[in-house]
Design a protein around this ligand. Structure first.
Ligand SMILES: *Cc1c(COP(=O)(O)O)cnc(C)c1O
Length: 395
């Protein structure tokens, strides 16, 4: 039986390879950080992690994780509502709500699950979900699991959003859904305008703050801080797997009744394990640190401005960014791969993206800045870009 299927899979795989889309894993043998060691023992500067605040290997978080390991054990072997809720899970949920200025929070194993489990319990056939065309795959999958009518608007296009809102007026409830920061361009969703349109057309708003939490806004409280909308958005989803230490875990935070109903009906919450005590304990400490000092957010913002300014001065075409994502535009797919490879041999680890991850003719190298980067790291990166950029006649 397997032989035919095996032949089929081999053909699929070689198709992926021939299209140049085969994904290989690069093995890292050190903790995540500004400097990482790869399998051949070489050290490289890392500019492609979501480690925005540099917390992935933070000593205080590791300490908090070890303490929780000792006090609450390794795992809970249960979903939350049977016997998988420890005091620290409740504390972490409260910390997240405080951080975002929301009413309540529900934890998931990942933000992929938060997005997968948010729509179906809340909305039905008579409702509408109006989704940005560039929303994350997990939002798209979550919407697919829900019977609500689907509307789509072009990325951050407010005219298109308004049209979709008009078209969906016959529906009972409307929910506009957007990423906070779009991961390929680094642009922030225009939440002020989205909110105004939501008010005008009687809609609710959901923002996925995965790439914006910890990053956007003066104190890193995300897009709702950036636009003075704290407490006004019905639903926020996010991850503990990016700026917030990078381990694992996701959440939905927002209006109390919404979170309540998710606890009753959200399938990835009801049928999947609780996050490990280590992650809950370290998460609590992480949000305390966010309250104690703004040092990391300030450093990240300073680093990003420094990098963008000098890259532009060197002649690179950088997409306007309001996050820690800097898209160095090359437009040519092959060039993006060649340039990333050459940068790696210069000790700079970045990733080149091209169609279908970004639109045709929009190939780029995505640089992700971190508070873990020191000025010397940024200078080395800029110098390598400049050297390779001249070699490849990009600048
Ligand atoms: C990374 C990401 C996710 C998935 O987060 P996980 O916790 O890793 O599952 C969801 N949404 C957006 C916008 C993301 O960038």
């Amino acid at each position: 039986m397997y032989q035919n299927f095996k032949t089929h899979l081999q053909a699929e795989l070689s198709g992926i390879e021939q299209a140049g889309l085969y994904k290989k894993e690069r093995i890292i043998i050190s903790p995540q950080g500004a400097v990482i060691r790869v399998a051949d023992g070489k050290e490289v500067l890392n500019f492609c992690a979501n480690n925005y605040l540099g917390l992935s290997n933070n000593a205080e978080l590791k300490d908090a994780a070890k303490k929780a390991l000792d006090s609450h054990g390794y795992g809970v072997s249960s979903v939350r509502f049977i016997c998988g809720t420890q005091d620290i899970h409740k504390q972490l949920e409260a910390s997240i709500a405080r951080f975002f200025g929301t009413e309540d929070t529900i934890l998931y194993a990942a933000c992929f699950d938060a997005n997968g489990g948010v729509f179906e319990p809340l909305l039905g056939e008579e409702d509408a979900i109006i989704s940005d065309a560039l929303n994350h795959a997990s939002i798209i999958d979550g919407v697919r699991l829900c019977k609500a009518q689907r509307y789509r608007y072009a990325n951050a296009d407010m005219e298109d959003l308004e049209n979709q809102l008009k078209t969906s007026q016959a529906q009972r409830f409307r929910l506009i859904v957007t990423d906070g920061v779009f991961s390929m361009d680094g642009n922030v969703a225009p939440l002020d305008k989205i909110y105004a349109l939501a008010e005008k057309y009687n809609a609710m708003v959901m923002v996925d703050e995965s790439h914006s939490a910890g990053v956007v806004g003066n104190t890193g409280r995300g897009v709702t801080e950036r636009y003075n909308l704290r407490g006004k958005i019905e639903i926020i989803t996010g991850t503990l797997g990016k700026a917030f230490g990078g381990a694992i875990g996701g959440f939905t935070t927002g209006k109390k009744e919404i979170i309540d109903l998710l606890r009753q009906r959200s399938r990835p919450y009801l049928f999947s394990n609780s996050i490990p005590p280590m992650v809950a304990g370290a998460g609590i400490r992480m949000f305390e640190m966010m309250d104690e000092t703004n040092e990391l957010q300030d450093k990240l913002h300073k680093n990003t401005a420094y990098f963008v300014e000098r890259m532009k001065a060197a002649g690179f075409d950088i997409k306007p960014t309001e996050s820690a994502i800097c898209a160095v535009m090359l437009y040519d797919a092959k060039l993006s791969q060649e340039m990333a490879a050459k940068l790696l041999s210069e000790g700079i680890y970045v990733t080149g993206f091209y169609f279908p991850v970004v639109p045709k003719g929009q190939a780029r190298i995505r640089v992700q800045i971190s508070a873990a980067h020191e000025t010397e790291h940024l200078d080395k990166c800029i110098a390598a870009f400049t050297k390779v950029g001249k070699e490849l006649k990009v600048i």
